[in-house]
Design a protein around this ligand. Structure first.
Ligand code: BG6
Length: 510
């Protein structure tokens, strides 16, 4: 793409300068910190996105010094950064890292934290002092940390604070509401950043730009022209050593309640009245609230659960779920979900949304496909039947692209219809100096700037749980099918195919 052709249109005044801040990472020695958070923060430092004055304090239980922690962070960056690490910034970055040994339950530890924050937090241009609390801990620790922070007056008052909370946010609607209440007693909603890393993906953000910046699709984006929508989040990886979490969570809590619901609402929502956080989040909440509640009969008929058994991915043998470390040999945890949803509003009434996700599927692919209706008549009377109606595929990952499948005449004297693709491909079409921020980079920067658009709001989280709660409940009350019911490296259980066949449709395959 040449420079002359490029038209930029910044929706918000993007160039907000990030002010000095201190980030306190609870669980700064855990898995999430090692694999995602710390390498991302270092990346931001390399890209010169961080201000000169910032500090990162790890609050964790083991005894370590600042120097020990710096070494720990260096190793984490080395092991988990994507691509080759540029160490050019390390000497500077390490000086901003601190360690505070503390016990999550012990008020004294929080008092020491308060003293440390006073010492190292530099004021902003406005004279305020900004603190970001990052909860990189198992969900059970959250309530007690928040309570202690509040007791020690570390939530509001002396410092301007923000709180980043990781998913899963609760286990169901009731516990999510309870957690919201608890956090809400200590922080205001505009201080709370509930992370869903899918919202930080470039291609996910593009759904809104694509829909609302192009007038040719919006008139067709409804029940009159769309026959069905499919959303697939297929993973070829297994549970990657996270049995303790996954055994309790299963696929719906892990992926459907958050990532898939977010994708659904971005595809289905009405145009927001503005691009500010609440305008967008208001529209998303309306979608969740109009998703039809499933009753027991519906769940039994239109949802499918699965668990992977031994199989092969890319010619490599892989174990079944029950053979994974720390998984119970008769585990009932589902690793696959498929289901049909309806959104009961004027735009979508009667259009099925088929959602499918699973671990150890054949290929890693996240895609939204919009399947348009058949033309009303056979082409040229009876001579030509259109077998592949128009389809718009938004590929979120990998090979990020948007493609429109259309039918054209095959060259020659015959009258053959031939399916072709028109496509926009990120890698091919954005070359040169274009930077694709990783989801965590984008989300951390947004939080530092105080932009909540890509974070889930309280009512949003509860509304998403309300959609999936009946399915989780029904699945937990009724015996699971004979697990494992699909082999690793396939597209999931036979029932998922049957679900589509009984609808006269097919899942997309790649
Ligand atoms: C996480 C889930 O939220 O998303 C994981 O807990 C899953 O189980 C991951 O593997 C998928 O993310 P991505 O970005 O690889 O699609």
């Amino acid at each position: 793409m040449s420079d002359i052709d490029v038209q930029f249109c910044e929706i918000l005044p993007e160039k907000i300068r990030i002010q000095p801040f201190t980030m306190v990472v609870f669980g700064g020695t855990g898995d999430l910190s090692k694999k995602k958070l710390l390498p991302t923060l270092y990346h931001l430092c390399i890209d010169q996105d961080l201000p000169e004055e910032f500090s990162i304090i790890c609050f964790a239980s083991s005894e370590r010094t600042d120097e020990d922690y710096r070494e720990f962070v260096r190793e984490a960056i080395e092991e988990f950064s994507e691509g080759t690490v540029n160490w050019g910034c390390w000497e500077n970055f390490r000086e901003h890292l601190f360690y505070l040994p503390g016990n999550f339950d012990d008020e004294e530890s929080y008092r020491r934290l308060s003293v440390r924050l006073e010492e190292i937090t530099r004021p902003t241009d406005m004279g305020t002092r900004e603190i970001i609390y990052y909860m990189a801990v198992a969900p059970e620790f959250l309530p007690r940390i928040i309570e202690r922070l509040s007791l020690c007056k570390l939530c509001k008052g002396v410092f301007n604070t923000r709180l980043i909370v990781e998913k899963p946010f609760g286990r169901d609607k009731v516990s999510a509401a309870e957690l919201n209440r608890l956090i809400g007693r200590a922080f205001d909603e505009d201080q709370i950043y509930r992370i869903d890393h899918y919202l930080g993906k470039e291609t996910v953000q593009n759904i809104l730009f694509f829909r609302f910046a192009n007038s040719i699709f919006e008139p067709l984006w409804n029940r009159r022209y769309i026959d069905q929508v499919q959303i697939t989040v297929a993973e070829s990886i297994g549970i990657e050593g996270r049995a303790r979490f996954y055994e309790k969570a299963g696929v719906i809590r892990d992926i459907v309640q958050n990532h898939m619901m977010q994708l659904t609402s971005l595809v289905a929502m009405e145009p927001p009245i503005g691009f500010e956080a609440d305008s967008i989040r208001d529209e998303k909440v309306k979608v969740y609230r109009t998703i039809r509640q499933m009753d027991i009969e519906y769940i039994d008929r239109f949802t499918v659960r699965g668990q992977y058994g031994v199989g092969g991915i890319d010619v490599q043998d892989v174990p079944g779920y029950r053979e994974e470390k720390d998984v119970s040999p008769d585990s009932k945890a589902p690793t696959f979900f498929a289901g049909k949803f309806y959104i009961d509003n004027w735009r979508w009434a009667g259009v099925p949304f088929y959602l499918r996700t699973g671990k150890r599927l054949k290929k890693r692919t996240t895609e939204i496909s919009i399947h348009f209706r058949q033309p009303p008549l056979k082409l040229f009377s009876t001579t030509c039947e259109i077998r592949e109606p128009n389809l718009l595929a938004l590929r979120v990952q990998p090979d990020e692209e948007i493609s429109l499948h259309i039918g054209v005449k095959y060259p020659g004297i015959g009258k053959q219809l031939y399916p072709v693709n028109m496509n926009f491909n990120y890698e091919r079409d954005f070359t040169g100096d274009v930077h694709f921020p990783l989801p965590y980079e984008r989300l951390l920067l947004d939080c530092m700037k105080g932009d909540q658009t890509l974070f889930a709001r309280q009512d949003e989280v509860e509304a998403m749980w309300a959609v999936v709660d009946p399915i989780i409940r029904r699945w937990e009350e009724t015996p699971a099918p004979e697990f494992p019911n699909y082999a690793a490296g396939t597209w999931g259980p036979a029932e998922a195919y049957e679900l589509m066949q009984s609808e006269g449709r097919q899942w997309r395959v790649w």
